[in-house]
Design a protein around this ligand. Structure first.
Ligand code: AMP
Length: 432
């Protein structure tokens, strides 16, 4: 797979030899591709992960999206693969398993970009599209195969992939794969792999089920941590707008229009809600599309491409559909509803403020959601700053002690049990 973008001017020898990526042990063709992608300095997870993988070690990394983890495992994996005999006859040499089709497509794009100067064959397979073309392509084997677990199992059952010579296994966003019920597929896949191989496991969280999986999978792993567990990226500014449930669509339109936001990812808890809000935004003249599990793969891919290119101003997504969406420097994320799982708040805003860029995460929160809010604030260890938007002040107030009022808006300090407590330094969540 080759990226569509034309090749930029190659970097100079000096640029390549003095690059920190070279110092970490990566070879010239890979460093060249990294520089062409515009990266000059390895992110912290890359600086730790690259030497460990090059040394052949198993790795267990606590790293959420936005840390640069994809390059963290892809670059050294390619470096190792480029020296061995290349794949043929359905053989897969390195396998990256991801929970969603979108994430699989994105990881595959990264693999293609970083291997553009290498003679390695990479491919991606996921469900929701025809299996036959995938079977045909895999006849030639794959040095790197990115896959979702269900489709990979289907392909394995039809003997379209040979996994018994696998050299490297990567489980990306392993916690999400378990959440999505892929454990049985993963176990079946593991049973097809040779015992001697390198294993890399990436997960945002390390709850008991992941630790159990890791114990059976990893041998004396190097343990890495990109950001403190369950902390949100430091470059994201969080803000909470209290408002009544019924007024959320109006408030969303108002915020996008008055702030002139141009690329906004909106999270909705339900597929239906996502469709409704996308329709409403379109009626207001803001080009929007919804992505969720009921949309065909084609519609999801088109929506994502339209959003990346700027044709669509707003993308409305459910948590699962949005998993792993990677839009460079995505500035605005809006939670139309709070997620049911507090961890999903961290995943959602992981879409913004990535790799050192400033992002902005806004949550529209109704009184009915205060339990969810409490769980999120407990998890991230911060109280989200409240700010009422004039004209949208909530009429329904939640019970103390967790009132939603007390922001910097016109109604700041209004009653409702301790209103006014919530002031925080400009736009940034403060420590409790
Ligand atoms: P990831 O955590 O792998 O999803 O990557 C998050 C974002 O950071 C993506 O947009 C990457 O393209 C970008 N990125 C990865 N590595 C670097 C780097 N060394 N410097 C700057 N940006 C990077």
């Amino acid at each position: 797979m080759q990226p569509a973008a034309p090749l930029p001017d190659p970097p100079s020898d000096e640029e390549i030899s003095s690059s920190t990526f070279t110092t970490l042990g990566l070879g010239r063709p890979i460093v060249q591709a990294v520089i062409e992608k515009g990266y000059t300095t390895p992110s912290p997870i890359q600086a730790q992960c690259i030497p460990a993988v090059l040394a052949g070690r198993d790795v267990m990394a606590a790293a959420q999206t936005g840390t640069g983890k994809t390059a963290g495992f892809t670059l050294p994996m390619l470096e190792r693969l480029r020296h061995g005999p290349h794949a043929r006859n359905n053989v897969v040499r390195a396998l990256v398993l991801t929970p969603t089709r979108e994430l699989a497509a994105q990881v595959a794009e990264n693999v293609a970009a970083y291997s553009r100067h290498l003679d390695l064959r990479s491919d991606v397979v996921f469900g929701g599209v025809k299996i036959n073309p995938q079977m045909m392509r895999l006849r030639g084997g794959a040095d790197v195969l990115v896959a979702t677990p269900g489709r990979l199992m289907d392909l394995a059952q039809q003997n379209a992939v040979k996994l018994d010579r696998l050299e490297i296994l990567v489980l990306d966003e392993a916690d999400r794969m378990l959440d999505m019920g892929f454990i049985r597929d993963i176990q079946k896949i593991l049973a097809l792999l040779p015992p001697r191989r390198q294993n890399l496991l990436f997960s945002a969280t390390f709850e008991a089920s992941i630790k159990k999986l890791a114990t059976g999978l990893l041998h004396n792993p190097v343990q890495l941590q990109a950001t403190p567990e369950n902390r949100t990226a430091a470059t994201v500014e969080h803000l909470l707008h209290p408002c009544d449930m019924a007024r959320k669509p109006d408030l969303l339109c108002h915020l996008i229009a008055t702030n002139n936001w141009q690329q906004v990812l909106v999270f909705s808890r339900t597929k239906h809600g996502a469709n409704r809000i996308a329709d409403r935004l379109n009626q207001e003249g803001m080009a929007a599309a919804a992505i969720h599990g009921n949309k065909s793969q084609g519609a999801r891919t088109r929506a994502l491409a339209g959003f990346k290119s700027g044709e669509l101003r707003v993308l409305v997504a459910t948590d699962i559909a949005a998993r792993g969406i990677d839009i460079h420097q995505l500035p605005h994320v809006v939670n139309l509803d709070l997620p049911n799982q507090a961890e999903d708040y961290v995943h959602r805003i992981g879409r913004t403020g990535r790799a050192g860029c400033n992002g902005h995460a806004v949550s529209l929160v109704a009184a009915e959601e205060h339990e969810l809010l409490r769980a999120i604030e407990r998890l991230i260890g911060n109280r989200l700053p409240r700010e009422e938007v004039p004209g949208f002040e909530p009429k329904v107030l939640s019970a103390p002690p967790l009132d939603l009022s007390g922001g910097r808006g016109r109604g700041g300090g209004r009653s409702g049990g301790g209103g006014g407590r919530g002031r925080a330094p400009a736009g940034r969540a403060r420590q409790r």
